[in-house]
Design a protein around this ligand. Sequence first.
Ligand SMILES: Cc1cc2nc3c(=O)[nH]c(=O)nc-3n(C[C@H](O)[C@H](O)[C@H](O)COP(=O)(O)OP(=O)(O)OC[C@H]3O[C@@H](n4cnc5c(N)ncnc54)[C@H](O)[C@@H]3O)c2cc1C
Length: 309
Amino acid sequence: MRAKADAQVICVEPALRHPNVRMLTGAEVERLETSASGREVTGVVVRRGGAVETYSASIVVAACGAINSAALLLRSANERHPHGLANRSGVVGRHYMCHLNSMLLAVSRQPNPTRFQKTWGLNDYYHGSEEWPYPMGHMSMIGKTDASILRAGAPRLVPGMTLEIMARHTLSFWLTSEDLPDPANRVSVDGDGRITLSYTPNNEEGHTRLIGKLKSLLHEIGCQDHLIPLQAYIPARIPLAGVAHQNGTVRFGRDPETSALDANCKAHDVDNLYVVDGSFFPSSGAVNPALTIMANALRVADHLIQRLG
Ligand SMILES: Cc1cc2nc3c(=O)[nH]c(=O)nc-3n(C[C@H](O)[C@H](O)[C@H](O)COP(=O)(O)OP(=O)(O)OC[C@H]3O[C@@H](n4cnc5c(N)ncnc54)[C@H](O)[C@@H]3O)c2cc1C
């Protein structure tokens, strides 16, 4: 089946109110087809309910997340784009980043009755500290830890405290540091379309020091002087399968030799293809990524509104 989209699907409110905009659920985009010149995407090949459908539109925006957008472009290789769509530079799939994250519990001497704990963050050590002049990262909280979460991490974590008492006294920290864009950290796709993610953490010294910094503050903020890795959620550090902060695999930049997208997140080599998700990051910073992804999507949407007149 070949369907023709009458309007571009841009997820901004006025567009969603447009009668021609539809959202397809249960639809997996398998690949993108291009014109013979390779300059435009002419078909979005979708598997939906067991059937294969092809859609077309004057502008195509991929927003599958950093791993799947890269995989989609790589799977869409054709004669004009032998290494994957928009991949003349060879960067598509590379520079995968996901942050160095740790979840750590501190036990406060006073009960912590807060319900909305995840409203606190601290960037005082983002760029370093007196002892370490390099970036260390960001401290914030995660949602309040309760006894059932702690139980999953039993045996008992603090001698003399029941899990219920301990849960009332916990402060649950989320520490994020920047991992650096290493081209060897990458998403690749085999001949059957299966995705492989290869990742070796880097830049770990700053993260270790950030944990040390938090530990050094515990006494001052009224806590026992040790941090407990929140094993109930994860081993102390998030393993390869924890791809929540995936970014960086379809980086933007001014130079087509070293980036896949231009400053508007349009593919350098394809005139009507945009990638607007966490994959455009050229570096990962050290804060949760969602707001940056959303802000960029709004920025690109403004550009698209202008482009569409
Ligand atoms: C448990 C968890 C907690 C998190 N907490 C926070 C937080 O507190 N703060 C924060 O800033 N960030 C948080 N994040 C990270 C945040 O959710 C992501 O950074 C953000 O959602 C990424 O946005 P994205 O647009 O790049 O991709 P996504 O939000 O992943 O969107 C990609 C979409 O594309 C779809 N898709 C993928 N492949 C295809 C395909 N081939 N065809 C069709 N559709 C496809 C997916 O189903 C998905 O709906 C969290 C993530 C997780 C998993």
